[in-house]
Write a protein of this length. Structure first.
Length: 72
């Protein structure tokens, strides 16, 4: 099972959104990059999880600096 499948399964089982920072090789050149993924469970009218949807966005160094500044 891939890291993405494991994370998707976790969101389904917990029935709550997850935000996950993945630092992995992406693209044809397998360049190490940081992406922030938000994974949301899809619930039917009775509240049962019937799947998930997610989106990812690049997580650049400038974001890392902003987080460090807030922690001080």
């Amino acid at each position: 099972m891939s890291i993405f499948q494991t994370q998707e399964k976790q969101a389904r089982e917990q029935e709550r959104p997850l935000s996950i920072l993945n630092i992995l090789p992406y693209g044809l050149r397998k360049k190490i990059q940081s992406y922030l993924f938000d994974i949301f469970p899809l619930l039917n009218e009775t509240g049962q999880c019937i799947g998930t949807f997610f989106y990812g966005r690049p997580f650049t160094g400038s974001h890392n600096g902003a987080m460090i500044d807030k922690a001080r």
